[in-house]
Design a protein around this ligand. Structure first.
Ligand code: GAL
Ligand code: ZN
Length: 669
């Protein structure tokens, strides 16, 4: 198994490299990622390349048996390059060009930059093609897609021309007759820059400089998100092409978990494997453990394949300020959490915090003085423990009978028009994930293209944009005995973001065996009571008022003028069932509801009765093992039915077990 760290030899005097390599080796490390921001060191002036320092760094690491993943440095084009080609700078939604001084200062649509990115990638690939210490490539660093420049405008016009063929078709799909927006030619099509009715969002904040404003035509906005995402896929493809001409090594990119500005399913297609960057606790926020686990599951779901951690938090993190310092045991817990959900290599960010630059505070394993203290010793110990497990996590499968479907198109559509200003698509998915987790049920988080028939239950919360093909896929799955769960704001729109004329819930009307009489967007602190046999709770965002056309009613509203009307239903369709949840539910109610429906489906799980204990089952070569993780900062005695051996300690476990704060156990039957 690969175990290592992100390393920036270019930030340190050469004399230190040997010490670093030695300390890495002593910490059981065998891989580093290098060079992903080092363009100005690799090509200090136009056409003058210098790989000597990187060669030497790699040589030093090699002497300590440390392998290398090389990053292409295109997230930070150097100053000389920007001075020669200032049109590469991205532009914000007010049309203001951004300047030099941070990173990601390029527009991925810009053809000059695409070419320059191709050249530096080729140069690196040529130079390193025969270096046996390099084991893989990373494209760029954490792709994003924000830009509103003239290249984007031209690119978008070409993209819509290609998509719609005729301007009449575009006018039709977008409904440009509204507010006299009809275009006579593709050259007239605008991009969603700041326009006269923009300037505030649904929740009253100012427009975000980086993201499309909200008040443009919803069809245009959605297509702009798609175009920007596609442009990054093309940008990345150019680098992949160059590397593949010269090398057979696997290529990855470091993704960002729940980040949803790009369609990660598309971006992952051209890559050999996915890797990602996980910071559960930094200056911008602290994630619940279910958010982290769900992000891991989504990263696995991009290719339905195991992934790597390319940057795993290993110290206090922040730019101007810092998040909490990882407590003793937390780095180990995060490590096993990643491995549990499908990581098969662990690379921590970063070796030693920089003495300078924006990320002076972004700590890693060492401290500024180059000393290894508590965090270093913890990491070294994790490395030792993982060695003793002998690749247990490599080529290992997660066993899941439930899938949550994520759609970036739907994310964007809900971002553009969230129906209720409190509604957040990703959050709704996380609420369902958390409810499953509370019932010790793990899930795949993946795209609608996945084979549904592998699963006992498929959840498609707020899957609002729909196509006939997806509808047919859902019907076939349910007919043959599958269970499908859909929610409010499902199926009411066509794929290009216009409203469907089918009575709500639109594309799901027949499947769900219901129709909506009306709906109520819940605002300003109001809430509506909902109750059924299995649960009782409050809706605070949305209530669909349902009329059953044959579906069985599982819960009704208990307050407001639609009291007594159905809120949650289930419909028998062929051999399967379709659950329709017409409102949002608080955590306890949702968990009780999920419990009531999954019990009927005989979903296999280990049971523990304790808050904050996560259970993940995995399979390796036909043998099953289970990870238990205590996400609480206190030790706890848990019940767990059955007899096991904890392979981390060799201890026998029968029905009960003691877990340390942030403790981990791996149980074999
Ligand atoms: C990641 C990024 C790293 C580093 C880190 C800390 O998102 O890939 O290069 O910047 O954050 O900010
Ligand atoms: Zn641009």
């Amino acid at each position: 198994m690969y175990f290592g760290v992100d390393y920036y030899p270019e930030h340190w005097p050469k004399e230190r490299w040997e010490t670093d390599a030695k300390m890495m080796k002593e910490a059981n490390m065998n891989v580093v990622r290098l060079a992903e921001f080092a363009w100005s060191k690799l090509e200090p002036k136009k056409g003058e390349y210098d790989f000597s320092w990187l060669d030497e760094a790699i040589e030093t690491l090699t002497r300590y048996d440390i392998k290398v993943v090389l990053g292409t440095p295109t997230a930070t084009p150097p100053k000389w390059l920007m001075d020669l080609n200032p049109e590469i700078y991205p532009v914000d939604l007010y049309g203001l060009q951004k300047g030099f001084g941070t990173r990601r200062h390029y527009c991925s649509v810009n053809s000059t930059y695409r070419e320059l990115s191709r050249v530096i990638t080729r140069k690196m690939a040529e130079h390193y093609k025969d270096n046996e210490n390099i084991i893989g490539w990373q494209t760029d660093n954490e792709f994003d897609a924000s830009c509103f420049c003239d290249h984007c405008k031209k690119g978008f016009q070409d993209w819509v021309r290609n998509k719609y063929g005729t301007i009449q078709a575009l006018n039709e799909e977008w409904g440009t007759v509204f507010w006299s927006q009809t275009y006579n030619d593709f050259d007239e099509v605008v991009i969603p820059r700041y326009s006269s009715s923009d300037g505030f969002t649904q929740s009253g904040e100012g427009s975000n400089l980086n993201r499309p404003p909200f008040n443009h035509n919803p069809g245009l906005l959605l297509d702009y998100y798609r175009f920007k995402s596609d442009a990054v896929v093309v940008f990345q493809k150019i680098q992949i092409e160059e590397i593949r001409k010269l090398s057979t090594l696997p290529i990855t990119h470091n993704f960002m978990g729940h980040f949803s500005e790009l369609d990660y399913f598309d971006l992952g297609k051209d890559l050999d494997f996915i890797s990602w960057d996980c910071y559960p606790n930094n200056m911008w926020g602290k994630s619940n453990y279910t958010q982290v686990s769900m992000a891991h599951d989504l990263m696995r779901g991009i290719k339905n394949k195991n992934f790597w951690m390319m940057e795993q938090q290993s110290g206090p993190c922040g730019w101007q300020a810092m998040g909490d310092t990882p407590e003793p045991g937390q780095i180990r817990l995060w490590t096993y959490q990643a491995l549990a959900h499908g990581a098969e290599a662990m690379i921590y960010f970063r070796w030693r915090p920089a003495l300078f630059g924006t990320e002076q505070y972004w700590h890693g394993i060492l401290d500024h003085d180059g000393q290894g203290r508590r965090r270093y010793h913890e990491v070294a110990k994790i490395g030792e423990e993982l060695k003793s497990l002998e690749d247990l996590f490599v080529d290992t499968k997660n066993i899941n009978e439930v899938a949550i479907i994520k759609s970036y198109d739907n994310f964007w559509s809900h971002r553009i028009q969230p129906h209720n200003s409190k509604f957040d698509y990703n959050e709704l998915l996380n609420e369902y994930y958390t409810a499953l987790n509370k019932n010790n049920i793990t899930a795949d988080v993946t795209s609608v293209d996945v084979d549904f028939t592998k699963y006992k239950l498929v959840l498609m919360p707020a899957f609002n944009l729909m196509t006939e093909d997806i509808k047919t896929k859902c019907e076939d799955y349910v007919k043959r005995g599958g269970n499908l769960l859909i929610t409010f704001r499902s199926g009411t729109r066509n794929w290009n973001n216009s409203m469907s004329t089918i009575t709500n819930p639109g594309y799901f009307k027949e499947l769900a065996g219901i129709e909506l009489e009306e709906y109520d967007s819940i605002n300003f602190g109001r809430s509506v009571e909902v109750s059924g046999e299995a649960f009782k709770g409050l809706a605070k965002t949305w209530c669909d008022v349902i009329k059953s056309n044959g579906a069985q009613v599982l819960a009704t509203y208990n307050s407001h003028y639609y009291r007594g009307k159905p809120a949650v239903t289930v419909n028998q369709y062929g051999k399967g069932q379709v659950y329709y949840v017409g409102c949002d539910l608080d955590d306890a109610a949702l968990s009780d509801f999920i419990k009531s429906i999954t019990e009927d489906m005989l979903i296999t799980t280990l049971q523990s009765n304790s808050e904050g204990i996560e259970i993940v089952r995995k399979e390796k070569e036909g043998k099953i093992f289970t990870l238990l993780m205590n996400h609480n900062n206190y030790s706890i005695k848990i019940n767990i039915e059955g007899s096991f051996i904890n392979i981390l300690t060799g201890e026998a476990v029968k029905n009960q077990m003691y877990m340390e704060a942030y403790g981990v156990a791996i149980l074999k039957e």
